[in-house]
Design a protein around this ligand. Structure first.
Ligand SMILES: [Zn+2]
Length: 65
């Protein structure tokens, strides 16, 4: 096993961009590695993903055909 990077900086402020797939490959890898070792950020990620899909639904309904 390698050293656990779980004590690194939290990634909360990157989660929005991560959910929207707007991070660089490097950043996305850092975030996904952190999510695997940090329950708190993982929970925030789930919330962000849900918020984004809700927004997507709203936006879809708002579209004038
Ligand atoms: Zn974290």
């Amino acid at each position: 096993m390698t050293a656990d990077p779980g004590e690194g900086p939290h990634v909360r402020h990157e989660l929005g961009a991560y959910v929207l797939d707007a991070l660089t490959a490097d950043e996305a890898r850092t975030v996904s590695r952190h999510l695997r070792s940090c329950d708190r950020c993982a929970a925030d990620y789930v919330e962000a993903a849900e918020a984004v899909s809700l927004l997507a639904l709203l936006r879809e309904e708002d579209l004038p055909e």
